[in-house]
Design a protein around this ligand. Structure first.
Ligand SMILES: NC(=O)c1ccc[n+]([C@@H]2O[C@H](COP(=O)([O-])OP(=O)(O)OC[C@H]3O[C@@H](n4cnc5c(N)ncnc54)[C@H](OP(=O)(O)O)[C@@H]3O)[C@@H](O)[C@H]2O)c1
Length: 260
């Protein structure tokens, strides 16, 4: 890939951190946007080489003001943006009867309105690139109901944002695609208090694993490789696609007898 400038939201942890590391290793200039310093420090502990190779900035993707500050920062320091990965996201629990209106709104604010705000703010810099790529990190839970109503609805909305923007921004040579991961080992369940502790988290993964046709849950790099492809010129004719990267969970069918 030609050396380019990329911004990853949520590049301090999990999938976003793996994407930031992959892009930095390939020699690109990488900016990560996330809220807390603690998670940035934790991410740097995991990938010490990134401390000087990724521009870790702080801000909230659901804040218009923060998004404007990000645009000013990128404009002044880099002058252009070749790719944006709307990866930052949160997880909340609950069905219609159990989720509070507050959690519903918070989930939609971060997972759906956040990518809208950030993409809108950075659009002038993406246009400046001549051709650019936006990748939205969605979820299989946006394609088939998961266990959290707000999370599933937020990701289904994000997939429609992908499809809408692919048509809307195509004339500017900006491609827009979704990557929809299945269950991936990251900090999201513990950090968002979906599970109480590491033991419960491992039990959750053990329960999920046999449901995956390939017999494994994902690692952040499994998702990062697809994102890097979509950011590259090798994907120059791909736009408006919703791409599960999910160990086969979307075709899981428990009526097929298990293999011996
Ligand atoms: N892990 C999975 O099983 C899985 C499956 C399907 C889809 N996904 C999706 O993949 C994406 C990444 O998830 P992950 O598992 O890597 O999660 P993670 O480890 O919890 O990382 C989330 C990142 O997003 C940042 N973030 C959260 N809210 C933000 C906000 N309002 N503004 C700016 N940054 C924010 C976090 O940092 P701060 O909290 O410090 O801001 C962190 O850097 C999410 O969109 C998630 O929905 C994950």
């Amino acid at each position: 890939m030609k050396k380019k400038v990329f911004l990853i939201s949520g590049g301090s942890s999990g999938i976003g951190l793996a994407i930031a590391a992959g892009l930095a290793d390939a020699g690109h200039r990488v900016i990560s946007l996330s809220r807390s310093r603690e998670k940035i420090e934790r991410g740097i502990q995991q990938y010490p080489a990134l401390e000087n190779r990724v521009d870790f900035i702080t801000g909230d993707i659901s804040s218009e003001k923060d998004a404007e500050n990000v645009r000013t920062h990128v404009e002044k320091k880099y002058g252009v943006l070749h790719g944006l990965v709307n990866n930052a996201g949160i997880l909340t629990k609950g069905t219609l009867e159990t989720i509070s209106v507050e959690d519903w709104k918070f989930t939609l604010d971060v997972n759906l309105t956040g990518p809208y705000i950030l993409t809108k703010a950075l659009l002038p810099l993406l246009k400046q690139a001549g051709s650019a790529s936006v990748v939205n990190i969605s979820s299989v839970a946006g394609l088939k109901p998961g266990t959290s109503v707000a999370y599933s609805v937020s990701k289904a909305g994000l997939d429609m944002l992908t499809r809408f923007l692919a048509g809307d921004l195509g004339p500017y040579k900006i491609r827009v695609n979704s990557v929809n991961p299945g269950l991936v080992r990251t900090n999201i369940h513990l950090d968002n208090k979906i599970v109480a502790d590491k033991k419960t988290y491992e039990a959750m993964l053990d329960k999920a694993r046999p449901r995956y046709p390939l017999g494994e849950i994902g690692e952040p790099d499994d998702i990062a490789r697809m994102v890097m492809f979509l950011l590259s010129d090798d994907a120059s004719w791909i736009s408006g696609s919703i791409i599960p990267v999910d160990g086969g969970i979307m075709v899981e069918n428990d009526l097929i007898p298990p293999k011996k």
